[in-house]
Design a protein around this ligand. Structure first.
Ligand SMILES: [Zn+2]
Length: 214
């Protein structure tokens, strides 16, 4: 079944003043008194916070990934499959099923295209994570959206995205699993066909985690 992906639509119609009225009604429905001092400004705060949590809906990752550089041909020979990896990119997202926080880290590796030799700024990789995280999400989709954006805009030989996250909807409700982490992976290009590259990527992650130099 083809499901419409609302994340593709960039929305600018996000009005805190409308949202705050809706939360006022929710508080009444919960049996609260929205006019008591502690709650007086809560609808306004919540509305402004929700707009912030989802401000990735108003941004296009392309704006960040358009910042590209080209490696010199001599520095990056045509047969190279050397990897750029960026680890521990922290993010907070919002679960689209329960509107609860997702807190996690992303680890990303890509192998520049040996013909175009295009790379992007390291901070741009973190920005792309942030744009997609600041939308209503499920972790699997977030992982693939990041991989797809990097694949589309840098056209690398391959890209891999690994995300580890905790979901507060699993902590605060339902199964109440406090220690469970969810791990998701998305692969594109040579990472799909050459398993040894993923092992190499994992070795780099261990190298960084084990070092005390940073
Ligand atoms: Zn959830």
């Amino acid at each position: 079944m083809k499901v419409k992906n609302n994340n593709k639509a960039l929305s600018n119609k996000r009005r805190p003043e409308v949202l705050q009225k809706l939360l006022y009604e929710v508080l009444v429905e919960l049996g609260e008194s929205p006019t008591r001092p502690g709650l007086l400004k809560t609808p306004q705060r919540w509305a402004e916070a929700l707009v912030t949590y989802t401000d990735g809906m108003t941004q296009d990752p392309e704006d960040h990934l358009n910042v590209i550089f080209q490696l010199e041909e001599d520095d990056y020979p045509s047969e190279s499959d050397d990897m750029v990896s960026v680890d521990n990119i922290q993010f907070v997202s919002t679960c689209e099923h329960h509107m609860a926080p997702i807190r996690g880290v992303a680890h990303i590796g890509y192998i520049p295209n040996s013909t175009s030799r295009v790379i992007t700024g390291l901070s741009k990789i973190a920005r792309v994570v942030s744009v997609f995280a600041n939308r209503l999400q499920v972790q699997e989709q977030l992982t693939h959206q990041i991989a797809r954006a990097i694949d589309k805009h840098l056209n690398p030989l391959g890209v891999i995205v690994v995300i580890q996250a905790v979901h507060y909807c699993m902590i605060q409700r339902g199964v109440k699993q406090h220690e469970t982490r969810t791990l998701t992976t998305a692969r594109r290009g040579v990472f799909q066909s050459k398993g040894e590259l993923e092992l190499k990527f994992q070795e780099y992650l261990k190298l960084k985690i084990n070092t005390n130099l940073l």
